[in-house]
Design a protein around this ligand. Structure first.
Ligand code: ATP
Length: 282
């Protein structure tokens, strides 16, 4: 089997606490996960389970206190800032909120040319690349002259995706990248991400609290609970035959049209949560 593109092994992240005697907060507890070329790995879990922290650890933004993260076989956690910068061409991120992630005073052209100029691209070459990027995310060619506020949420997320693609990364961390969008825009962005992957072979770590969305786009799914990955496997197995009670609870949380069934699922979910609490305290 080929070496994974990214290999996270037994990673622990402890955020520093306040005060000399504080042990800080252990947000990731021995997390292992790998991502292959051209693959989408979905990471699902409730708020506070550690999904963003894992994404940030991969991006070099969270303090990895033990374990290793290798990219193409090379250790990348704890790299000095300059070496990290070269790597940031290869690993990019798309955040949840397309309203705050784009500088409101910059034109789309300026936003997209920023990563290109950092890497020495300028003039005609940069302009051609921007036109290519706008085309890739299906935005009109005159979008470059406009400001972020002139675009809808879905269009802004396309701009954020274009910016992430500018330097042809091999891995994109999509952190709740469709969560702020309505259903039809979610679908369009998910389709766009899939098309980009088919064309370029890019890999995604797709982070979301929504199991239905994660399942839809991911080749494999990992379920995170209280800083640990409690279950992983292909999307169908994890969702049709979940092993961990928390995964069952996540599945029961998905809304269904039938109100009676919805009420029954709510009761089952509450019973599972009560059992989990009981097991934790005995
Ligand atoms: N900089 C920080 N310092 C201290 N604790 C932090 C820091 N960032 C996150 N945490 C804590 O780490 C835990 C995991 O947070 P994280 O943001 O990774 O969860 P998440 O699953 O992404 O949640 P959400 O979906 O709400 O973003 C939470 O308890 C959070 O309060």
């Amino acid at each position: 089997m080929t070496e994974p593109l990214l290999d996270v092994r037994d990673v622990e992240v402890r955020y520093p606490g306040r005060g000399l005697r504080s042990k800080g907060f252990l947000a990731l507890r021995g997390v292992s996960l790998d991502i292959r070329e051209g693959e989408t790995v979905g990471l699902v879990g409730e708020s506070g389970s550690g999904k963003t922290t894992l994404g940030r650890a991969i991006l070099g933004l969270a303090p990895v206190t033990s374990g290793s993260i290798t990219y193409r076989g090379r250790e990348i956690s704890g790299l000095p800032r300059r070496q990290r910068r070269t790597l940031s061409d290869q690993i990019q991120v798309v955040f949840q909120d397309p309203y705050s992630s784009l500088n409101p005073s910059m034109t789309i052209e300026a936003i997209l040319s920023e990563p290109l100029t950092v890497r020495g691209g300028a003039g005609r070459e940069a302009r051609d690349r921007i036109a290519e990027l706008l085309d890739q995310v299906a935005l009109p060619s005159d979008a470059g002259r406009r400001l972020p506020r002139e675009f809808s949420g879905g269009q802004r997320q396309r701009i954020a995706i274009a910016r992430a693609l500018a330097l042809e990364p091999r891995l994109i961390v999509c952190d709740e990248a469709v969560s702020a969008l309505d259903l039809s825009n979610q679908k369009r962005i998910l389709r766009l991400l899939t098309e980009i992957q088919e064309d370029s072979g890019v890999s995604y770590l797709f982070v979301s609290h929504d199991l239905a969305v994660v399942r839809h786009v991911s080749h494999r799914v990992a379920v995170m609970y209280r800083g640990e990955i409690v279950e992983s496997g292909d999307g169908d197995t994890v969702t049709s035959d979940p092993e961990h009670p928390y995964t069952r609870r996540l599945l029961l949380a998905a809304p269904v049209p039938d109100p009676d069934l919805q009420a029954r699922r709510r009761r089952e979910r509450a019973a599972l949560a009560a059992r989990e609490n009981h097991e934790r305290t005995v």
